[in-house]
Design a protein around this ligand. Structure first.
Ligand code: NAI
Length: 328
């Protein structure tokens, strides 16, 4: 790898709704020289087909694939050939929540999926940054960090992807003000734990205070807008792929020696006794280089929301840590 690139990136769940467009966007990044598409043999499209498709795009990026057998314990653990040398592993592999399934059930299913990936990366590519898209991010990230630490690795390499909340907040502010925006979104990545800080951006500050609560709620519930219009046939995939690629590119910029900031959900001590928190993070040569504090100049609304969501996020972090405790 040089300062200009030559990075190897894997997308686990790369044949899925998010995975395919995410793989496309990453393959277009000139810093990526090799892209690995990993998915199950029951995926809607074979991973090999996605890789072949992308391999016809101009450019130097080599695209390879790995197909895992479903229900084979630790199938991904055999992925040494393709994972070795990876600099970044993006993980949109997981199930969406089904009707009647509570958050705890979803955590178990998706944490089990993420666990296989994280253990395999720990073994074959321990220097890689692992970006977890799979929900519930608020709990899966603490769970995977705990496992990563158990393996003697640096938990700062594991990053929860919350970029879609930033992208949505930016878009909604631009729709209202006509101006570009860069709204930090802090806290977590579900419901009220998503806290957009409109006060921290010049365009955000143009929005009258009485409109902020509705806009705040719209950012929290934006995923539902997509699910509704897709008529229950999926959730955000294209915007999520865009957001995941935005985060992935920031990580690669950092690895290439050009420190870059994005919001992300990471192991942190910036807010009270919460051990995980989304805030502005600077990515550098080793992954997360600096976790920026919560700005001191929050609005009254933001201050109250932060206080209200803290116990909610704490409970979701604890659920993840509890999962990790039960893992051999
Ligand atoms: P999808 O079902 O279209 O794709 C998931 C892919 O993961 C499938 O191709 C499946 O075969 C694959 N997969 C499942 N288990 C695997 C394993 N053990 N190893 C490798 N691949 C595996 O789902 P979609 O829409 O792409 O969503 C994926 C995840 O992303 C869900 O958990 C969803 O909740 C989450 N999500 C996260 C967002 C965020 O902002 N962080 C936003 C939207 C979705």
């Amino acid at each position: 790898m040089s300062t200009e690139g030559g990075f190897k990136v894997a997308v686990v769940g790369g044949a899925g709704g998010i995975g395919q467009p995410l793989a496309l966007l990453m393959s277009l990044d000139p810093k990526v020289s090799e892209l690995v598409i990993i998915d199950l043999n029951v995926a809607m499209v074979p991973a090999a087909g996605v890789a072949k498709d992308l391999s016809h795009l101009e450019g130097k990026c080599k695209v390879v694939s790995l197909t895992l057998e479903v229900n084979v314990d630790k199938a991904i653990d055999k992925a040494g050939d393709v994972l070795t040398g990876c600099d970044l592993v993006l993980v949109p592999a997981g199930m969406p929540r089904k009707p009647g399934q509570d958050r705890k059930d979803l955590l178990k299913v998706n944490a089990d999926i993420a666990k296989g990936t994280v253990e395999a990366v720990a073994k074959h590519a321990p220097k890689a940054v692992v970006a977890l898209i799979v929900n519930p991010v608020n709990s899966v990230v603490p769970a995977m960090c705990a496992l990563w630490e158990k393996a003697g690795l640096d938990p700062c390499k594991i990053v929860g992807v919350t970029t879609l909340d930033v992208v949505r907040a930016n878009k909604f502010v631009t729709e209202i003000t006509g101006k570009p925006a860069e709204i930090p979104v802090i806290g977590g990545h579900a419901g009220t734990t998503i806290l957009p800080l409109f006060s921290q951006d010049p365009a955000g500050r143009l929005i009258p205070a009485d409109q902020i609560p509705d806009l705040d709620r719209r950012v929290q519930d934006a995923g539902t807008e997509v699910v509704k219009e897709k008529n229950g046939k999926g959730s955000a995939t294209l915007s999520m792929a865009y957001a995941g690629a935005r985060l992935g590119k920031a990580v690669l910029m950092g690895l290439a020696g050009k420190p870059t900031t994005e919001c992300a959900y990471v192991k942190s001590s910036v807010h009270g006794d919460l051990s995980f928190f989304a805030s502005t993070v600077t990515f550098g040569r080793n992954g997360v280089e600096k976790i920026h504090p919560v700005p001191g100049s929050l609005s009254e609304h933001e201050r109250r929301r932060l206080e209200e969501m803290t116990p909610v996020l704490k409970e979701e972090i604890d659920a993840g840590l509890e999962y990790a405790k039960g893992v051999q």
